[in-house]
Write a protein that binds this ligand. Structure first.
Ligand code: C2E
Ligand code: SIN
Ligand code: SIN
Ligand code: SIN
Ligand code: FE
Length: 350
């Protein structure tokens, strides 16, 4: 450990109603090199000071008027934290077993028998202070380790999110028309997930993962991807491969974000009625994230210009999606989308 506390500057409190005892102990401790000693002959006054967590060791007389050492032991125990070692050494003249037992039961850590022997004071004080010091260092080290693990986890998450964002950017880069499309899809998917009362973790993950739904378009030639006007059947069949290409780019990751992104890439063109691609899944066999992104993707494609189509109004897009609820789209998710556009919804003739 860096900068270990020197034992000689440990804070030691002496509580004994007989000033002769206090003076004797003080002198002994000073001879032993300790230089941070506070003494109290009035136990009530002592109490206001020795509960300070910076006191390293309490030397405590038991037989005192009004307020006994037992009372003080109880107060110290009540005020101690679980993970700290606050040693109390009891000073005993009458070392009856009953007194010792009671002191131990109340949390005393050691005994010094009056009259004091210098070597005994030296040994016991040093042992208790070193134990306390080790406790402190261990606690400090644990705190530091915990802190470092937390920071490292945060760093890893931030790096993951950054890489995912940049992958999304790579998708957009190919196609001017879909610029910002990926980010919007993440945001709307996340809002829909929240409207559907899905767990907050899923709401968070889908915002990060959904922007990667079309990453497989990286593998589609510009001639098809950027074609102005309608695709031929062959071209459209090639275009449909972007689902599997995307899934294979994203496969095998330990990252929850990429795992969800893979699920979305492979399933976002499936249809509720089973006539989608690539696997002709239907209904709830389609992963929920894919069903959500399917609705969001089409909404966004309709409301923005493509090389092959003009932008639709939000009203027309909503009407088109509503028309396809139960055939192309999961109707529950369409209903949730409508609640996100309450004003527009009222204006559409149902
Ligand atoms: P995209 O442009 O991001 O479109 C995503 C989905 O939005 C489409 O999936 C389709 O379900 C829906 N969508 C887009 N425009 C319209 C529309 O005018 N009417 C309706 N009802 N739905 C629309 P889809 O069809 O599987 O297409 C996947 C991708 O293939 C499209 O992604 C786009 O990149 C490409 N694509 C599809 N048709 C054409 C086309 O005629 N020309 C060109 N150049 N590319 C096309
Ligand atoms: C996150 O919740 O921000 C990251 C989750 C993960 O580890 O994939
Ligand atoms: C959820 O976390 O509730 C959604 C999981 C799924 O079906 O994809
Ligand atoms: C289009 O035909 O304009 C593309 C949308 C679709 O294939 O459904
Ligand atoms: Fe797609």
């Amino acid at each position: 450990m860096t900068n270990p506390l020197r034992l000689s500057s440990s804070r030691i409190a002496i509580v004994d109603d007989e000033s002769a005892n206090v003076l004797l102990l003080e002198r002994l401790l000073i001879q032993l090199g300790y230089n941070n000693i506070e003494s109290f002959t009035n136990p009530e006054e002592a109490l206001t000071r020795i509960l300070d967590p910076n006191v390293d060791l309490v030397l405590l007389d038991i037989q005192m008027p009004r307020f006994s050492g037992f009372d003080i032991l109880e107060k110290i125990r009540e005020n101690s934290l679980d993970n700290e070692f606050r040693p109390v050494m009891v000073l005993t003249a009458d070392a009856t077993p009953a007194t010792k037992r009671k002191a131990l039961a109340l949390g005393a850590d050691d005994f010094l028998t009056k009259p004091f022997e210098a070597y005994e004071v030296a040994l016991r004080v040093k042992n208790l202070l070193r134990t306390r010091q080790l406790y402190k260092e261990l606690t400090l080290e644990n705190d530091l380790l915990e802190q470092r693990v937390l920071e490292r986890t945060k760093d890893l998450e931030a790096v993951q999110i950054e890489i995912v964002d940049r992958l999304g950017l790579a998708t957009e880069y190919r196609d001017d028309d879909t610029k910002a499309h990926t980010v919007r899809v993440g945001e709307l998917a996340s809002n829909l997930a929240r409207t559907l009362d899905l767990p907050e973790k899923f709401v968070h993950l889908i915002r990060l993962a959904a922007p990667l739904h079309d990453i497989g378009k990286i593998g589609i030639s510009d001639l098809i991807l950027l074609k102005e006007g309608k695709l031929t059947d062959d071209e459209y069949n090639t275009m449909k491969k972007h689902c599997e290409i995307g899934a294979s780019i994203l496969s095998g990751s330990n990252s929850e974000i990429l795992q969800l992104a893979q699920e979305i890439a492979i399933s976002h063109h499936e249809r509720w009625d089973g006539r989608g691609y690539p696997n002709n899944l239907s209904g709830e066999d389609i992963p929920l994230a894919g069903r959500i992104v399917s609705v969001v993707d089409v909404f966004d494609a309709l409301t923005h210009e493509r090389t092959y189509k003009k932008a639709w109004s939000v009203e027309d897009a909503i009407a088109e999606i509503r028309k396809n609820a139960g055939t192309q789209f999961d109707p529950t998710i369409v209903t949730a989308l409508l609640t996100l556009f309450p004003f527009i919804d009222q204006r559409i003739a149902a």
